[in-house]
Design a protein around this ligand. Sequence first.
Ligand SMILES: Nc1ncnc2c1ncn2[C@@H]1O[C@H](COP(=O)(O)OP(=O)(O)O)[C@@H](O)[C@H]1O
Ligand SMILES: [Mg+2]
Length: 399
Amino acid sequence: MKKLLILGAGIYQVPLIKTAKAMGIQTIVASIPGNYPGFELADKVYYENTTDYQKILEIAKEEGIDGIVTAGTDVAVITIGKVCDELGLKGLSAEAAECATDKLLMKQCYEKYGVRSAKFRRISFDDADYAKSIEDLTLPVMFKSVDSSGSRGITKVDDPSGFEAARQNVLENTRSGYFIVEEYVEGEEFGAQAFVQDGKLEFILPHGDYVFKGDTGVPVGHFAPYDLDSEVIEDARKQLAGAARAMQLDNCAINADFILKDGKTYVLELGGRSGATCLAELVSIYYGFDYYEKIIRVAIGEKVDFSECDKVDSTLSGTPNASHLLMSDKDGIIVSQTDGNAPDPDICEVQFDYKPGDSVHKFKVGPHRIGHVITKGKSLDDAVALLNKALENIHIEVE
Ligand SMILES: Nc1ncnc2c1ncn2[C@@H]1O[C@H](COP(=O)(O)OP(=O)(O)O)[C@@H](O)[C@H]1O
Ligand SMILES: [Mg+2]
């Protein structure tokens, strides 16, 4: 029996655990303790911090794993890279993983290889004169920690009077001695899912994002296909391919964030794993295969056939689909939750993350999600109309 080490036991790793089990693979899950749904699904659990590379490596060796994988989060990507390098497993390299989880390294890669991305500066926390170093950037700018995710430590600043508070926000959300400031790119946010196998980009699927405007944009849903002029799509593909090459991402899923400004795609960042908020599901539904299964097969060392993607892309025959998170507009306890939707084959999934009695947060960032809905349709308009209807029929009462 093959053994797969899955890092994380949260909502975004649950489909990996379920799929691997259905494939007859033994699932070993490592995660910090907590109220995570993956624990009860896994064949074996290690309550360890997935960023503790030495511990995870020890487990990997002891178990004699065939592969190591995660989905939907960057937290453990470095550990995966290091374990893959150390044990000769299929997956992204430590070097690529470091680049994918450090916004400064990433931006430097993009600059070096001519990938279109916002102009930036590296700033040390001990540089009292830092405002000088960013004088030549055009306002507004984004202050960003290099090592966080989910919009933590990121602030948009419209004029210099906001610099100090933004710097303070970075400081509270980083372990690094420096951060980056980059120009704000005013435009429409979108993204793409992709996969590289043995140096080949197997597919690139651009998708539209529904963005919740909090302190920064937080993706709360997605849809595909993303209807753009073919030159724009081509440019997005070129930027993504260039960014992946620059970062040396290989044998991993890619989650890309872009901003479209004046018909040009700016790369915000690439992650070396599949996207959160129903993005792996978006790929599965669009191409008509189980994306989690492919991710797992590559991770355990199989050569995986992605030829469906070329067929679907060349005939524009992907299945349109859309998804949205369920969110609470206040902190509190779930009193009741009901899904009033009649069974419909085009409502692919309605998921509640919690049970009545569980406490939830007023939605500000991705981890505050309380569920999701995914729909498909003959056209994207159909899928989106059904998504809106399905969302209206879901009632979650929080007190
Ligand atoms: N240069 C930028 N211009 C415009 N918006 C940005 C820029 N950088 C970040 N953002 C906004 O902030 C969000 C989070 O930034 P990102 O760099 O993707 O960090 P995270 O790792 O937290 O997702 C983005 O999804 C986008 O909405
Ligand atoms: Mg991002």
